[in-house]
Design a protein around this ligand. Structure first.
Ligand SMILES: [Zn+2]
Length: 137
């Protein structure tokens, strides 16, 4: 029987990201489908509504995989000078497989980091008028 006041020891964001699990309990599934987040944790009930990684995972994955694959491509081109079809059958699949393989863990990692650091959109007390204090109405 649960009391409703469970104490959780969240795993480090990198661990829950690599396991693609809930950032609070480390056990529930984070994803529903390939990249869509589940509405809530199926173990602890954490509402995933806070999670908004936006373009972050795609940016980091494209940058990391792109730099790595293109560096290997350039090295092979300079050292071995293979025909262009070798690059077509190696570089494009490496880019696609590399991005698809790392997108989910990176997105899960960013969601876990967002949960642990309680990151959210900035909120302003004032709308910019220097003489306006929202506490004095
Ligand atoms: Zn959970």
């Amino acid at each position: 029987m649960t009391t409703g006041h469970q104490v959780f020891d969240p795993p480090p964001p990198v661990i829950s990201g690599l396991r693609q699990r809930c950032p609070r309990c480390g056990e529930g599934k984070l994803f529903k489908g390939f990249l869509g987040l589940a509405p809530a944790c199926d173990r602890c009930g954490l509402d995933y509504g806070f999670a908004e990684p936006a373009d972050g995972p795609a940016f980091f994955v494209m940058s990391g995989v792109g730099i790595l694959v293109i560096a290997v491509f350039a090295w092979i081109e300079v050292v071995y000078r293979p025909p262009i079809w070798v690059h077509f059958v190696t570089v494009f699949p490496a880019l696609i497989v590399g991005c698809l393989a790392t997108l989910r863990p990176v997105k899960a990692w960013l969601v876990a980091a967002q949960f642990v650091t309680k990151a959210e959109e900035g909120k302003f007390e004032s709308l910019g008028r220097h003489d306006h204090d929202p506490r004095r109405l």
